[in-house]
Design a protein around this ligand. Structure first.
Ligand code: SF4
Length: 498
């Protein structure tokens, strides 16, 4: 007989939210392991003694977390989605029908709390992972990714020259003894030339030196290979190579280079892992972007061993160019036997903190050389430039080219790159939705917290494998099987029958 469901709404029902959230539900399990009570103490300094009650800091942080766990990057949508999910309401400590906080309180509270609060939460979750024995700590892979800022390149405006600076420059100009002005040669089309100059400037577009974004002054113009120039922040991250948990994350300005960031990354990375029974980081794996004399010195200062390939432009030897290095006298000798002694240290034009060693031959030595045309410069001598940090680069080259160094290279790319992919695509880090470096840092910390939590709850202890008898192949295997079958049928010590 065909059935037909009749519906009569009950007037009174008995309902308990916890009865409707299964024991293995993600948020129920998360509620069981995540204790955020430390937030009451940490955030108490942001509140006064009087006035209206604020949003509960634990509820705020849980709502933030829900946003990153569910890959929702709008405060309004976080509240709307949470209200429709029984498991999230249970996680937040709300009942069905109970009104959730207004969405704008989320952005106000996010601005109110300092970065330290978010860093504290990151450390608490990291500690949970460490306590479960999931983090080794010994070897860390470091990498960075550009995350689009919440500002458009087209809204950038020209930086104003400081008033004081202009006064100072005017005074300087007044004090300069003026040379007699040479009469300028008449230009045929002065107006056209000015127009062309302006057009060239416009075509070149804004730069970080000349322009800034008024809506987000901390964002910086930069580009990824094959992508247009945009305003970005840079996420620096380190991942434990044993377990792929995130052990450090921080926002930097988009145009800050990786090698200049490494000295700031290392102490914070060590601090994140300190105070736990996990071993102190010993090895750092990074790509060639992190290579510089300063970065290698920072590794040594923090008692760390690095596996960082030297930059492509670094030359370990000049033998292919016909110059042999003589380390006893710190000089090069060319194929004609002419010496190029060390002359001086120079700083690089683009990076004033990078120093170079200059080796030069004498003009008189090169005067009659048959290779002068292709070897010497216009002034008639040969100039060789070496990095002043050559011993450091050589130390790193030997490490990277060793068999272990080659293993570390493939380990680095297989560890950190998938984690960035996951953060960007599934954990709310596709773009920064806030303004300013501090706010960007808070967002990155929350994305890393959500990533670590997902990984922690997905972890299942490994089952102990059953022992299997070895499979013996060939004639030996046949004999073994025949012998075992014989023993089964005719045991050596048969059980006596009574
Ligand atoms: S030009 Fe000078 S440095 Fe170059 S090969 Fe000749 S002698 Fe040597």
């Amino acid at each position: 007989m065909q059935g037909k469901k009749a519906h009569q709404e009950s007037l009174f029902i008995q309902f308990q939210l916890s009865d409707h959230v299964p024991a293995d539900n993600f948020y129920r399990r998360l509620k069981g392991i995540l204790d955020l009570d430390f937030l009451y103490q940490t955030t108490s300094k942001y509140y006064g003694k009087e006035g209206q009650k604020s949003i509960d800091p634990v509820v705020f942080m849980k709502l933030m977390l829900v946003g990153y766990l569910e890959n929702i990057n709008s405060d309004r949508r976080i509240i709307a989605s949470s209200g429709m999910r029984m498991d999230i309401l249970y996680f937040l400590g709300y009942s069905l029908g109970e009104e959730l906080p207004w969405h704008s309180t989320l952005s106000r509270t996010r601005k109110l709390f300092g970065e330290q609060v978010f860093l504290e939460l990151f450390k608490q979750v990291l500690k949970l992972c460490i306590d479960k024995g999931l983090i080794s700590g010994k070897r860390q892979a470091v990498d960075s990714a550009l995350i689009p800022a919440n500002a458009s390149k087209h809204s950038m405006v020209e930086r104003m020259v400081m008033e004081d600076a202009s006064v100072f420059s005017r005074e300087l100009n007044d004090n300069i003894e003026k040379e007699p002005v040479k009469p300028e040669a008449p230009k045929e089309n002065n107006e056209d030339n000015n127009k062309n100059d302006q057009e060239k400037k416009d075509k070149k577009g804004p730069t970080n030196q000349t322009h800034y974004s008024p809506s987000d002054p901390d964002s910086r113009l930069t580009t990824k290979p094959g992508k247009p120039m945009k305003l970005y922040y840079r996420a620096q991250m380190s991942v434990d190579t044993a377990s792929h948990f995130i052990t450090y994350i921080q926002a930097f300005k988009g145009n800050q280079t990786d090698n200049s960031s490494l000295p700031a990354i290392l102490p914070q990375l060590i601090a994140n892992l300190s105070g736990s029974h996990v071993s102190r980081p010993e090895e750092i794996l990074a790509d060639t972007g992190y290579s510089s004399g300063k970065a290698i010195r920072a590794l040594t200062a923090n008692n760390l061993k690095g596996y960082i390939p030297n930059p492509g432009r670094y030359k370990s030897s000049r033998e292919d160019e016909g110059f042999i290095y003589d380390d006893q006298y710190d000089r090069y000798v060319c194929l004609m036997g002419v010496e190029l002694p060390f002359r001086r240290i120079e700083s690089a034009h683009d990076e004033p903190t990078v120093y170079k060693k200059i080796y030069e031959s004498n003009i008189s030595d090169c005067k009659n050389c048959p290779f002068k045309e292709i070897c010497a410069n216009k002034k008639g001598f040969k100039k060789l430039v070496d990095s002043a940090d050559k011993p450091l680069y050589e130390y790193m080259r030997k490490r990277v080219e060793s068999p272990k160094g080659k293993q570390m290279k493939s380990l680095r790319s297989s560890t950190v790159e998938p984690v960035f992919g996951s953060l960007i695509n599934y954990t709310g880090l596709r773009r920064i939705n806030t303004k300013g470096l501090k706010q960007a840092n808070k967002g990155m910390l929350m994305a890393a917290v959500a990533y670590n939590i997902k990984k922690l709850l997905a972890h299942k202890p490994k089952k102990i494998k059953e022992l299997k008898m070895p499979v013996i192949k060939g004639i030996n295997g046949l004999l073994y099987r025949l012998f075992s079958s014989f023993i089964r049928h005719y045991p050596l010590n048969p059980i006596p029958s009574f």
